[in-house]
Design a protein around this ligand. Structure first.
Ligand code: C5P
Length: 134
């Protein structure tokens, strides 16, 4: 089965809330909420991909030293196997804003289940609750 490598990040604000983004219409899994990130391009390390994606999607600048790996999603979709490390980040430059039309929301970890997520992302929620509390 084809393996797709994606990297995601939970941005955590000073109140312990986490940023999620809604996948726009026209994309696979449109309307579902996810942790920002994207595909790892050939030759990139996950941290490099994430820094690039966070700049492209959210217009923020993140230093590699501010990215901490938390856990890993591994999910077999019908036509590919998704492998997705999840990082957390509490420090960045700029204010996240949507550059690609996706809705953004800051949510307490304990409320993440109120937002429908891709099946690969859902198992990440308990790890975030364990880190920042509900
Ligand atoms: O974001 P993009 O469409 O490039 O991601 C590739 C695929 O990885 C998506 O179609 C989706 O099935 C999966 N994905 C996911 N959870 C994410 C990001 C992507 O399940 N947070």
């Amino acid at each position: 089965m084809r393996i797709v490598l994606v990297v995601a990040c939970a941005l955590i604000d000073p109140d312990g809330r986490i940023l999620i983004a809604r996948r726009p219409e026209g994309k696979n899994l449109a309307g579902l909420w996810e942790f920002p990130g994207g595909k790892i391009e050939p030759g990139e390390r996950p941290e490099q991909s994430l820094i690039r994606e966070l700049a492209e999607e959210l217009d923020i600048s993140v230093k590699e030293a501010c990215l901490a790996p938390l856990t890993f999603a591994s999910y077999a979709y019908e036509d590919f196997h998704l492998l997705m490390p999840l990082y957390v980040c509490r420090r960045w430059e700029g204010t996240p804003r949507s550059r690609e039309g996706q809705a953004l929301k800051w949510v307490r970890a304990g409320k993440l289940r109120d937002y429908p997520m891709p099946p690969a992302d859902e198992p990440l929620i308990p790890h975030l609750i364990g880190l920042v509390g509900a």
